[in-house]
Design a protein around this ligand. Structure first.
Ligand code: ADP
Ligand code: MG
Length: 445
């Protein structure tokens, strides 16, 4: 993706916006951008610099994202959710070999909830087969139980979730953020998923500076040494072979540096932290308004990442802010269990969308006939009686029972958790609970 119209090639030490921001290391990346830790010379703080791909449609989307981000910081009225949305500090354009890139500057946050989940799995006690096996094939699919179309995702995800009290805390903050976006900001996120929720770091500036102080490469960078020297010291400390050192061109060393910062070598202390202990508490922020829209003006109808996609979007019916609430329930389930709530697959007999609808019916409820037939794609999925076209035999497996039998929830926890999730999983958007209403749900206390 590092070509014309794609990502901007960034080297550690690069300057942006008339030498205001200097790149320290990589923080992450998404479909649209790479995100870098940078030092802001004017304010003497560290920031997250999001550099968007340069092709015209990415630029247009990024300009919308800036407008939406500006709205989230400019709203005047106080709101509980305001602090749970990642704050944009600045934006500008930058020209590079691959074109002009929109850049956005955000406060620095920690890892996203997907990597928190992965770490929970690594550090936590590994659950045996039960949880991992769920979803390998839909209960209605008596066939071969075919392989996932994304084996990495399946293999990576299934396993332990986070402790219940921690998930309640995180859920409350995500719902507060949604109430803020849907209410005073008048917008819909449309891409709520664990990758787009980031953990806050307490005293972030102290943490960054103390990590960087123990980083020889960064010390040299601060001392004003040339990038080549910095690169060499890092490369040498990794591969002390004189042959290698002599052969390495500055360019390949710089590339090394980028690789290192992604992998998190000892020279660049990893930005991934062990999951916090439940009693410590956690604060999260909702990030990535790259797909967000105004509530009264949709940029596209093609929204939401598959596993978090709502019934109305699946059938091509009208959607609104409650589409985010559907995704929210999917995210909360995933935080609790380490597994997707819905993980549809296609087969020779039915499409992925039809499998998705079937899974929803089995876990939540049948689609009301009038709603089922109200979408642009309804006729591909349902017959005139409102029944699925290719999947006839459904095997209901209610959420409460899944939590109990597949994930070992106590009967009370299973019941309470299902009672909390189901209002966000109402099939028809008109009946689904709003973020504002969910905020006062007793499960969050
Ligand atoms: P995209 O629109 O390309 O998906 P995101 O805004 O989701 O971009 O950012 C991509 C990744 O970069 C995130 O998943 C996260 O890991 C990291 N990231 C984004 N913003 C920040 C931030 N403010 N602080 C730390 N890391 C961030
Ligand atoms: Mg993203």
């Amino acid at each position: 993706d590092y070509r014309k119209g794609g990502y901007h090639p960034v080297k550690i030490g690069d300057w942006f916006k008339d030498r205001r921001y200097r790149v320290v290391r990589k923080l992450g990346w998404g479909h649209f951008s790479t995100v870098w830790l940078a030092h802001d010379r004017d304010e003497d703080i560290h920031v997250a610099l999001k550099i968007v791909k340069s092709a015209a449609h990415y630029t247009e989307a990024a300009l919308d994202e800036i407008e939406l981000c500006m709205r989230t910081v400019s709203v005047q009225e106080p709101h509980v959710g305001r602090d749970y949305v990642a704050k944009m500090l600045d934006s500008f354009e930058h020209s590079g070999p691959n074109g002009r890139h929109v850049c956005m500057v955000f406060e620095v946050l920690g890892e996203n909830l997907l990597s928190l989940l992965r770490n929970a799995r690594r550090y936590g006690t590994l659950r045996d087969a039960a949880g991992a096996a769920r979803g390998a094939s839909g209960p209605h699919d008596s066939g071969s139980g075919g392989a996932s179309d994304d084996p990495a995702a399946a293999g990576d995800r299934s396993g332990d979730g986070l402790p219940l009290p921690l998930v309640k805390q995180i859920a409350r903050q995500i719902i507060a953020a949604l109430a803020y976006l849907h209410g005073p900001c008048n917008m819909i996120h449309t891409d709520l998923k664990p990758e787009n929720v980031l953990v806050c770091i307490d005293n972030v500036e102290d943490v960054i500076r103390s990590e960087l102080r123990s980083d020889p490469a960064y010390a040299e960078l601060r001392g004003g040494a040339a990038l080549v020297q910095v690169s060499r010291s890092v490369a040498n400390s990794r591969a002390p072979s004189p042959v290698r050192a002599a052969e390495s061109s500055a360019q390949s060393l710089e590339r090394d540096l980028n690789d290192i910062s992604i992998a998190g070598s000892p020279q660049h202390p990893p930005q991934r932290h062990a999951p916090p202990e439940p009693h410590q508490g956690v604060k999260v922020k909702l990030a990535d308004l790259g797909n967000a829209t105004w509530a009264d003006h949709h940029f596209t109808e093609d929204i939401q990442t598959r596993q978090y996609r709502s019934p109305e979007v699946l059938i091509g019916a009208r959607w609104d802010a409650t589409a985010d609430m559907w995704s929210c329930a999917c995210v909360v389930f995933e935080l609790l269990t380490g597994d997707y709530l819905f993980e549809p697959r296609s087969s020779s007999r039915y499409s992925k969308d039809e499998d998705h609808v079937a899974q929803i019916m089995e876990t939540v409820a049948p689609f009301p006939k009038k709603f089922a037939l109200s979408g642009r794609f309804s006729s591909e999925l349902f017959n005139r009686r409102g029944e699925l076209r290719h999947i006839r035999r459904l095997r209901p497996f209610p959420l409460k029972d899944i939590l109990r039998s597949e994930y070992g929830f106590s009967p009370q926890d299973a019941r309470e958790t299902a009672d909390f999730l189901l209002p966000m999983l109402e099939i028809s958007p008109a009946r689904r609970s709003s973020a504002e209403a969910m905020l006062s749900h007793p499960w969050l206390r």
